[in-house]
Ligand binder design. Structure first.
Ligand SMILES: Cc1cc2nc3c(=O)[nH]c(=O)nc-3n(C[C@H](O)[C@H](O)[C@H](O)COP(=O)(O)O)c2cc1C
Length: 128
């Protein structure tokens, strides 16, 4: 995790990408995400700011069916906020992958391209 924490602290943008399992992020993703609680504790209990750099975030989800996605999206957005993502792109979702593979889902592919544009936008210069 030390390597992951270092990467999180230094990077500019973060994507959480996960299949939907039981309407949630996968267990593997939740295992990693649970370790972000250290940042929540630092900020809310110890009043520290371990992550100095503000980041942009995005969430990409794929689901085999067409059930609910809100829980998975809310969890991913919570995790992104724990790691200091001040701006989060709208959810990019590929649903019904049982019948249409995500790579052939034109709307989802366009959504991913839009995430790339969002991440590459320059922040307006700070007034002097
Ligand atoms: C344990 C498990 C739980 C799943 N739960 C859901 C679910 O709640 N909603 C859903 O849309 N798909 C669910 N799926 C299907 C996966 O999301 C789907 O396989 C995923 O989109 C990957 O698809 P692909 O490999 O065809 O891209 C589940 C799959 C597994 C293995």
């Amino acid at each position: 995790m030390q390597e992951v924490y270092r990467y999180i602290e230094e990077c500019d943008n973060i994507v959480i990408a996960s299949p939907i399992y039981y309407q949630e992020l996968t267990g593997q993703m939740l295992n990693i995400g649970s370790r972000f609680q250290t940042y929540f504790c630092a900020e809310y209990f110890r009043k520290e700011k371990p992550i100095k750099k503000e980041k942009k975030g995005a969430v990409i989800l794929v689901g085999g069916g067409n059930g609910k996605v809100e829980k998975a999206c809310d969890t991913a957005c919570d995790l992104l906020r724990h790691i200091h993502c001040s701006r989060i792109h709208d959810l990019v979702l590929s649903h019904n992958t049982d019948t249409l593979p995500a790579a052939e889902d034109a709307e989802a592919v366009m959504g991913v391209q839009d995430i790339a544009r969002f991440f590459n936008e320059r922040q307006p210069a700070m007034p002097t």
